[in-house]
Design a protein around this ligand. Structure first.
Ligand code: G6P
Length: 532
């Protein structure tokens, strides 16, 4: 078992209709051969520098001994804890890889001051930090590096001994880290962030944390031959057609872990699917669902279920209308990457760009420069401040009324996105809002931690079909944290990120309700009880 897929219902019909054409067009072998003309003329220049992932397994192989040697050196220096600072493609793959292997890796893909302070005070004397950024210019990751450099120095530890950098050759981070004497791993610059799982970005943090990364590459390698051939049973062609070819298009992909040994696969797949396809008003929205999610009982015509099952089950009868997939983690990563490239061709979009991500970053920068006063809340109810992009949303003067007014804006093909700019560890229960609101909305509901999701599903929210409504949760965190040599703190940054994204969503005509928990723990408790 390296990878199995079974399709039924509308997705089976799509596979039967589309795969023969994909075979005739030699799509599989052309992807494997890095043919950049597959997505049309407008996409060709970008695709020409974004197809390196097709040979990632071979290119990455020589990295493995270097990573393992560094792991041994750090361990013999007493390191027993690895932290990763990185966003999007630079953290999501290491997350699923280490969670699946049951190996500890502390991931900082946040700007929550409380969450970062907690990491800084956790085993600092025996900690190594991986700073990962392809572009080498991501503000969150640069800030993680700055605070850890200071913390190590303050503790009398030379940061050069403890910080490892992963970046593309020639990036600003590559240049400065090499000049400072850090250990740097470079990755193939012809691979985009969300396609970088099997490159240094997935392998360095996971390998240093203790995962058997050679085995992961072997898993991917075992499926590489099958996905490169122009045949009807090529699993990447089947998956691409099944998710992107249904008629009418079922453009919400409900991904359910149901027996797979992989922990958190959908968190990784979310970025690959949403950021690759969500543009030009089109795209596939990944919705991470539990086995008993309210959406499953709603018989939603635009929801395609993808069930990740254990190996034996994939060969049994598939649940009507669903796609069932099994496979090892390495194999799944490579098949999904290829399938999304195939889906891009079917949908008529460039799967390798992310034209709308920059807009939220720009808005954030503008707010940090200009420092406008936060507008007064429309109302405060039980310690929760409410602000919205339209007065009608807050006219009721109550939290429940405002949430219902937001849900009333949902079109029949819409979705609700919950965006929690919160301390993920302290307020972990915020994820429970998803089930409660899905039961209330009768439409698909997604949940993302901010600012993490901005580098993942954020592209879809702005570039995909304009049918989303947005619930932002922010908090007045009790402690803030300076970012060394920066004119703003983490607290100011996370606030500007939420405000900046809301402003851009509003420019796209989308409704946004922002609830600020002035006492975070109490506020979340009362929100959960209000909705229960
Ligand atoms: O690895 P970095 O260059 O820091 O980028 C991290 C993330 O940043 C952006 O938001 C991109 O849209 C993502 O695709 C990328 O994974």
């Amino acid at each position: 078992m390296s990878f199995d897929i079974t399709v039924s219902g509308a997705s089976l019909e799509a596979v039967e209709r589309i795969v023969p054409q994909l075979v005739t067009d030699l799509v599989a072998s052309r992807i494997a051969g890095q043919d950049s003309s597959l997505w049309g003329q407008d996409a060709e220049a970008e695709a020409a520098k974004r197809l390196g992932w097709t040979e990632a397994v071979v290119v990455s192989d020589p990295l493995v001994p270097d990573i393992l040697a560094l792991r041994d050196r750090l361990r013999s220096a007493g390191v027993d804890h690895v932290v990763l600072g990185g966003m999007g493609g630079s953290s999501l793959a290491p997350e699923v890889i280490t969670r699946t292997a049951g190996v500890e890796l502390t991931i900082l893909d946040t700007t929550s001051p409380g969450q970062i302070l907690a990491a800084l005070s956790d085993r600092l004397p025996t900690t190594a930090v991986v700073i990962s950024s392809k572009s080498g210019s991501t503000v969150e990751t640069d800030s993680h590096k700055r605070v850890y450099e200071k913390a190590f120095r303050d503790a009398g530890i030379d940061p050069i001994e403890r910080i490892v950098v992963v970046t593309d050759p020639g990036s600003p981070l590559d240049v400065s880290a090499r000049a400072d004497g850090y250990r740097v791993f470079n990755a193939d610059p012809n691979v985009g962030g969300r396609y970088s799982a099997l490159t240094a970005f997935g392998l360095v943090p996971a390998g240093l944390a203790g995962v058997d990364i050679a085995a992961l590459l072997d898993e991917a390698s075992s499926v590489a031959g099958r996905i490169a051939v122009d045949q009807d049973d090529n699993p990447a062609l089947i998956l691409g057609a099944a998710i992107a070819g249904t008629r009418p298009l079922k453009d919400k992909l409900g991904i359910i872990a149901d027996g797979t040994y992989i922990v958190g696969f959908a968190d990784w797949a979310e970025q690959l699917i949403a950021e690759s396809t969500g543009k030009l008003g089109k795209g596939l929205l990944p919705v991470v669902l539990e086995k008993d999610a309210p959406e499953l009982g709603d018989n939603l015509p635009d929801l395609q279920i993808v069930r990740l099952v254990e190996s034996a089950r994939a060969t049994e009868e598939v649940e009507e209308g669903e796609i069932e997939i099994s496979g090892t983690l390495g194999a799944q990563m490579l098949v999904w990457e290829t399938a999304i490239a195939v889906a891009g061709r079917i949908l008529g979009i460039d799967p390798f760009d992310q034209p709308d991500v920059e807009s939220a970053k720009e808005a954030t920068r503008g707010l940090l420069n200009d420092r406008p006063e936060l507008p007064a809340p429309a109302f405060v109810d039980g310690g929760i401040e409410a602000r919205a992009t339209a007065d009608a949303l807050t006219a009721s003067g109550s939290i429940l009324g405002a949430i219902d007014a937001l849900l009333a804006q949902l079109p029949s093909d819409g979705y609700l996105s919950i965006q929690a700019y919160l301390n993920r560890h302290q307020l972990a229960k915020a994820v429970e809002l998803r089930e409660l609101l899905a039961a209330r909305a009768d439409r698909p509901v997604t949940f993302g931690w901010g600012p993490r999701f901005l580098h993942s599903t954020g592209q879809f929210h702005k570039g995909g079909p304009a049918v989303g409504v947005f619930l932002q949760l922010t908090a007045d965190e009790p402690r803030d944290l300076e970012i060394p040599d920066r004119p703003f703190t983490f607290g100011e940054l996370i606030r500007a990120q939420a405000q900046g994204d809301a402003a851009v969503l509003a420019l796209h005509g989308r409704p946004v309700l922002t609830l600020t928990l002035t006492e975070p723990a109490d506020g979340l408790r009362s929100l959960l009880s209000l909705l229960s």
